[in-house]
Design a protein around this ligand. Structure first.
Ligand code: HEM
Length: 304
């Protein structure tokens, strides 16, 4: 789901014809409150199950004191959002990773800085500031990936075509001109983010590196593609300026993402519960760093 209006929810549909957005009217009619979205999405889910002739999963009551979208209990009275319990129930680890961090994804996606970019309220300077932060994060991430490249357990996750530094340099030169290196600076959250990636690599913690690798690259290959389209359209950019999001050397993005999820499943099968839990925490931390970077960028923008 990529958006919502008073009248409809908007989904990104990926099928053989490619990617497109699809608006589906709220089953209960127009809504006015954000909190009504959940009710309507549940109604749509039930309608879809009925149409497909499959049983709908029971909806669980939110647990007191927890965030509504995390606090569900399973039929066995176990905490269904407890990632390790879910893994033990043999759910693919890629699904566990995604689901246990999706509310952190929503926090990142819903930060006002990103919302402004997606709604065409961000300036070209805002976008350039974001690209500059990516520069520092990917410098750390790609140095870290280079340290693990000889490890066969890392091979299924990494491809040369993922490397973003040349594209980031080209984008910054396009957006800020020749002297771009002297005109960029990392905000404090970016410094902390890059430092954490370096720390994980220093420790030699493969699953921790994959946590950061997944959060950035799978995001760039998913919502990142939408960000590129919005920014390119708003600011009249062609490839120059949004090369960071161009992964055409990877081949089919859908195929790569599926292979990546299969690699996550295999990695999950090789980790014990404590290692899985630690990796899931690192994915959540990675989202947290991204949200903090957007908050710092928003503050810097407000102060300018
Ligand atoms: C405007 C901001 C964003 C939008 C609109 C957006 C949108 C999306 C969408 C629609 C998907 C699902 C695609 C699919 O299922 O194939 C997705 C997946 C993902 N996004 Fe975002 N996203 C945004 C920001 C971010 C940020 C800041 C990060 C973290 C750096 C991120 C990381 C991810 C990851 C890791 C996935 C893959 C989840 C999985 O399938 O396991 N996204 N995003």
């Amino acid at each position: 789901m990529v958006g919502a209006t008073g009248e409809a929810g908007v989904w990104l549909v990926v099928d053989a014809a490619g990617e497109r957005e699809l608006s589906v009217a709220w089953p209960g009619g127009a809504i006015t409150e954000r909190s009504e979205i959940r009710r309507e999405v549940v109604a749509l889910y039930r309608a879809a199950c009925e149409k497909l002739g499959v049983p709908a999963r029971e909806e669980h009551a939110p647990e007191a004191g927890s965030r509504a979208h995390r606090g569900a209990r399973s039929d066995h009275g176990r905490h269904a959002a407890d990632p390790v319990a879910e893994a033990a129930e043999e759910r693919p680890f890629s699904v566990v990773v995604r689901e246990s961090s999706w509310s952190d994804h929503s926090d990142s996606e819903g930060s006002s800085f990103m919302e402004d970019i997606m709604r065409g309220r961000g300036t070209l300077q805002d976008y350039a500031d974001l690209v500059a932060q990516h520069y520092y994060v990917y410098e750390a991430l790609e140095e870290a990936a280079a340290r693990f490249v000889g490890d066969p357990a890392f091979a299924p996750f990494h491809r040369d075509a993922l490397a973003r530094m040349p594209a980031l340099e080209a984008d910054l030169a396009q957006l800020l001109g020749d002297g771009w290196r002297d005109r960029i600076a990392a905000v404090p959250a970016t410094e902390a983010y890059a430092a954490r990636i370096r720390e994980v690599a220093e420790e030699g913690w493969l699953a921790g590196l994959v946590a950061h690798h997944y959060t950035r690259y799978l995001g760039d290959l998913s919502g990142g593609q939408m960000i590129a389209r919005r920014v390119a359209k708003q600011h009249g950019l062609d490839r120059d300026g949004v090369a960071f999001y161009d992964f055409s050397d990877l081949g089919s993005l859908t195929d790569f993402k599926n292979e990546y999820r299969a690699a996550l499943d295999l990695l999950g099968a090789s980790l014990d519960d404590a290692e899985k839990a630690r990796m899931l925490e690192e994915v959540r931390a990675a989202y947290g760093f991204n949200t903090a970077v957007f908050a710092d960028l928003g503050r810097a923008e407000a102060a300018a």
